[in-house]
Design a protein around this ligand. Sequence first.
Ligand SMILES: NC(=O)CC[C@H](N)C(=O)O
Length: 384
Amino acid sequence: MEPRVDVPALLVLEDGRSFRGVSFGAPGETFGEAVFSTGMTGYQETLTDPSYRRQVVVATAPHIGNTGWNDEDDESRRIWVAGYVVRDAARVRSNWRSNRSLADELAAQGVVGIAEVDTRALTRHLRERGAMRVGISTTELDADKLLARVLEQPPMAGANLVGDVTVDAPVVVPAVGEKRFTVAAIDLGIKEMTPELMARRGIEVHVLPASSTLADIRATGADGVFFSNGPGDPAAADEAVGLLTDVLDAGLPYFGICFGNQIFGRALGFGTYKLTYGHRGLNVPVLDRATGAVEITAQNHGFAVDAPLDADTPTRWGDARVTHVCLNDDVVEGLELTDASGRVLGFSVQYHPEAAAGPHDSVYLFDRFVAVLASTGSTTRTEN
Ligand SMILES: NC(=O)CC[C@H](N)C(=O)O
């Protein structure tokens, strides 16, 4: 049993709804955007996903922490969530890989959480009213005073957070086995499983800072370019859109995940918009419109691409189209750009084929990237 001393904590949403609970992790105060995630497992990967920068995650799974914390499953160098809200924090951890408790890890990293919250009521509230700003405190237990602080916080819409999470300097992930290709992966908040799955396919991955230029990409000898997942509002990520435009002008093949799908959408001329409460979980059904196959996908996004579902859109590079849609609500889940001969110049998905955590239905997309690299390699490599 983990020792437990219940310290009172308060959660207040920007519309004034409040919940009382007990401190979980670090004591103190935190603010962010309240979002709910329906994953039944994988909290370590969720908490260390840089896409959650400045978000307070509400776990709908009622019992959290039972497998503790290990030294293998982190998706990045730290926990990024601004706060964590759970119903029942496990007092016993039990897993052969567990090194310490979730509560201790949250505390060690200074992450403020709250437990004993009616997360079902909180989730229904966010589902009806939408994701909104929130504060959690163990020091300010007066709801009106905490609400005033919540209302001072910046909203997620318009937030440019890439600079907070991107690497300072390039990191090379070597190919596993024989090297077949080199890919420049622009780090907008990348998860470690993504270069790992490329490396396993013979790709040497150069993870580059978000401030990189086409010349920096060229200097790696890249056969193709990848833009990662990441936090914040894609409408505020003009720098990334500009870089991707240069990449497409250079004829380098492209693959993007999540934020990388939204940036691709913008580069192709589409808009983006904020979803009411987003898609966050491990069982979101997505239709691959080319094959009719349904993939069960891992997701974590609050914004989406606004593109026509039933017509190709001409761009200066070729025709763009929506390849995947969410079966729950018809949200755009994938994009593709082809040239006049039908050759794929780039593609992206709004969901998470790296499945960290999540189902592996979509891992074929990494093989598709390899196929696109193989089909374009001979034309681009000569220019490097
Ligand atoms: N996981 C992601 O890449 C999220 C993208 C973006 N920040 C969103 O919320 O939609």
